[in-house]
Design a protein around this ligand. Structure first.
Ligand SMILES: NC(=O)c1ccc[n+]([C@@H]2O[C@H](COP(=O)([O-])OP(=O)(O)OC[C@H]3O[C@@H](n4cnc5c(N)ncnc54)[C@H](O)[C@@H]3O)[C@@H](O)[C@H]2O)c1
Length: 319
């Protein structure tokens, strides 16, 4: 299997490449990444593998992407490449439009010309914020930040290419991930790094926002199942269904690191901050037999260990 991964130098992409090499001996991977500020991975990590090729490229460059498709003739594309930080999308949405919408359009066009199967990696944030109930794959899209609006837009394009051109596609909408290689600007890495350095940890608003944290390796195993057994044209929601309020996440991290809760520093809330994300992942569990293997307690311990041991990868990105 020849797999073209975009954004494979980012948080989930790096974990995905590791997961795929560890679990699929017959695989070849071409990683296309622009290497934005968000790429935490050590680029030399896979370079010795004969089954791995890295191409530094921007998916918003249509001709370059078409050339890469012609050159490598992938069987499958897994599109992770995106601008991903909601706060940055509020400050400056433009790069999100370019990478997340135009970039996905270019992938679809190149795939259409080569009849390549595309798996689009999306987010449960496309469904918006929910008070009490859970979203499912049938819920209407209701994105509320520039980030989630660009992801929703890309998903609509992906589905339209399936219906209009018969392009083989699947989409996964996943809840919040945590684990190794995540950029220090995100919530859990910020908490771990600041706690390690005895610095205040910013917490938006009243800290009662609810997220459903999934250990990144469980996301990778779900995508592996979808691209092997998923039904073309379908969307699969991925979630651990163990929701936590943000303040409790910080309490768990502080307890694990034996630090005082006084490090928690409430700051002005994010504009339009979604209160709760919640997704019912029965479809992927029943149809593909997926389930998450890592509890939050196990995953957070592994994540903390990784940040302790890999300071050389993230330290330069914190200034
Ligand atoms: N992190 C999460 O909790 C989460 C949850 C659900 C879905 N997702 C989705 O998963 C995907 C990966 O997220 P992540 O957290 O690993 O992101 P990330 O920000 O850590 O990494 C994104 C990677 O994409 C690359 N990239 C960005 N724009 C590019 C472009 N125009 N051309 C080529 N490469 C480009 C960056 O260099 C980076 O290596 C995204 O599509 C995101 O929307 C993330």
């Amino acid at each position: 299997m020849k797999l073209l991964v975009t954004g494979g130098a980012g948080f989930i992409g790096t974990n995905f490449i590791k997961y795929m090499f560890a679990n699929n001996p017959d695989i070849f991977i071409i990683n296309v990444d622009k290497l934005t500020y968000a790429s935490v991975a050590n680029q030399n990590e896979f370079n010795d593998l004969s089954q791995y090729t890295f191409v530094k490229e921007d998916i918003s460059k249509q001709k370059k992407i078409e050339f890469i498709f012609q050159q490598h003739q992938p069987d499958i594309v897994v599109n992770f490449a995106a601008e991903t930080h909601v706060d940055r999308s509020i400050q400056n949405p433009e790069p999100f439009i370019t990478s997340n919408i135009i970039g996905t359009f270019n992938i679809l066009e190149a795939a259409r010309k080569n009849n390549t199967y595309v798996h689009q990696v999306s987010t449960d944030e496309v469904y918006g914020s929910v008070e009490k109930e859970q979203f499912t794959e049938e819920s209407p899209y209701n994105p509320r930040s520039p980030y989630s609006a660009t992801k929703a837009s890309a998903d609509h394009l992906v589905r339209a290419y399936n219906i209009t051109y018969g392009l083989p596609i699947t989409i996964s909408t996943c809840s919040n991930n945590y684990g190794p290689y995540q950029h220090p600007e995100k919530f859990i890495p910020t908490a771990i790094i600041n706690a390690l350095n005895n610095k205040p940890i910013p917490l938006y608003g009243d800290g009662q926002n609810v997220r459903d944290w999934l250990y990144v390796e469980d996301h990778c195993s779900a995508i592996n199942l979808i691209i092997r057994k998923g039904k073309k044209g379908e969307t699969y929601g991925i979630s651990s269904e163990s929701e936590k309020i943000n303040k409790d996440v910080l309490r768990i991290i502080l307890k694990e690191l034996q630090k005082e809760e006084s490090l928690i520093n409430h700051v002005t809330d994010r504009k339009g901050h979604d209160r709760r994300y919640s997704f019912n992942s029965t479809k992927i569990r029943e149809q593909l037999g997926w389930s998450p293997k890592t509890t939050f307690d196990q995953g957070i311990q592994k994540t903390i260990e990784w940040y302790k041991k890999n300071k050389h990868l993230w330290e330069k990105l914190t200034t």
